[in-house]
Every structure is written in C-alpha cells, then in structure tokens.
Design a protein around this ligand. Structure first.
Ligand code: PEP
Length: 245
C-alpha cells in the first residue's frame, strides 16, 4: 500500500506561502509515499498551479453536501475539483466543534465528494473526556459507522484518526494507544467493507512532527499522517515525508 503524508494548513497561508510548495517538492524528490497539502480554499487554484509537474497533490478542507445552490460562503465538491483539488478533508474535529457537524453531515459531504470524484479524508477521534471515560473505541466505532458512506473503498476514502486532545497541543497518545485504535479501525472497516478495507489508508493525526514521525509510522496499521502545524513549512513537512518513505 502506498502511504500518504497529508498536510492541513487550516486557516493559514496567503499567496506568498506558495513558495513552500517548490521547496517541499525539491526536498522530497525521492519520496515513495503520496504527498498532499490542503490549503485554505482561497489558495487551491494557485497551489495546484504551483504544484503542477511535482508529486505534491492539493486538496480542500471541507465541502458542502449539496452540488450547488443558495448556500452563501460554502463551496461544493465539484468546485474544489474544478479549482484543482483531488482530495478533501471531511469531519475534522475543528469543523465538528466550530460548525456543529454531525456524523450524518460528514457522511452527506463524503457522498457529495465521492460523486464529484474527490478522495475523502474522513476524520474521527475522541475527546480527552471520552478517553478518560474509557469510551474511545466506542466513539471511534460510532464515528466510522456514521461518517463513512456505504460503498467506500481504498481508492476513494482515507480515514484519519485524530484524538481531539492531541491536535495542536504537542501531546500524543502512546504508540500502544495509537495501535489499539488503528487495529480497531482496520477490523471495523473490514467487518463492514470486506477485503477492500485492507488497503484503505489509515492516517494518524495529532501533533506529528519530525521528531516523532518515525516511531508513529512504524506503528501497527498506521499508513501515513494528517499533519497540521508541521505541514506549514517545507523544512518540517519534508522530514515527515522522508520518515514515511
Ligand atoms: C490537524 O489539524 O489535523 C492536526 C493534526 O494538527 P496538528 O498536527 O497541528 O496537531
């Protein structure tokens, strides 16, 4: 299976940030994994142009569930595709928290993204209170069941396990805790989707940085990473890509 190093720029970046793409491409020339950057929507078209003729792929951070219509400020999956995106992050915990997105909302967006030909990177993850209560696997199981559409397969769907308490905090689960969730996700997806779930990429996300990427990537059923802060600078992200290659 080809691994995936995905970067989530969140609400960061303006046109002058695009120089990072050439730097990233130059620093990861020999990479054997897929490389994806998801900038704010305002930069997708320009980043796709900057990444042309490189191995860097470009994606969105969200899309609307409808194809078009009276939804001021929203962006459809087809619009992301038209701008040059090939992937879209869906159900990030910041969207679930800031915009009240439910599993059903995420699933509807995932259906729309699939219909537009985008690869969905669907995020799941427990809060700290849920982990402390011992309900992590129950929460992940519920989110997978509710957010991942029927018919999902390895070619069109990537799952990112992102413990909410590890995002942007510098804290990470132990490697055993990561393995427990990733093994559980693989089993849960295989139970539902059969053999095609064996190649579905399962990313870990939450305070991944160059210094911890190697040990996280060596963990059971971890097929890559979704990276926030450490994806903004090519100097950092290229080391994570190299650790995965
Ligand atoms: C994220 O936003 O998906 C993320 C994992 O952020 P960070 O790497 O900064 O924790």
């Amino acid at each position: 299976m080809r691994k995936l190093a995905a970067g989530n720029w969140k609400m960061n970046g303006t046109a002058d940030s695009l120089t990072e793409i050439a730097a990233l491409a130059a620093a990861t020339g020999g990479a054997t994994c897929d490389i994806l950057i998801c900038p704010p929507a305002t930069l997708i078209a320009a980043m796709a142009a900057a990444a042309k003729d490189t191995a860097v792929m470009v994606g969105g951070q969200d899309c609307h569930a409808k194809a078009s219509g009276a939804h001021t400020g929203d962006i459809s999956a087809a619009m992301l595709k038209d701008a040059g995106a090939g992937h879209v992050i869906l159900g990030h915990s910041e969207r679930r928290a800031d915009h009240g997105e439910t599993d059903a909302d995420v699933r509807a967006k995932a259906d729309a993204a699939g219909a537009a030909g985008l690869i969905r990177v669907i995020c799941v993850g427990e809060t700290e209170a849920e982990r402390d209560a011992g309900t992590t696997l129950k929460i992940i199981g519920r989110q997978l069941a509710g957010s991942v559409p029927d018919g999902a397969g390895a070619a069109d769907t990537v799952i990112a396990y992102e413990p909410v308490w590890a995002i942007g905090t510098g804290r990470t689960p132990t490697l055993n805790q990561i393995a427990e969730v990733h093994d559980f996700m693989r089993q849960t997806l295989t139970d539902r989707f059969g053999a095609k779930a064996k190649d579905m990429r399962l990313l870990y996300g939450g305070s991944v940085k160059p210094s911890n990427a190697g040990e996280i990537f060596a963990t059971s059923n971890v097929d890559g990473a979704l990276v926030g802060g450490a994806s903004l600078k090519a100097a950092d992200f290229s080391q994570i890509v190299t650790a995965l290659s």
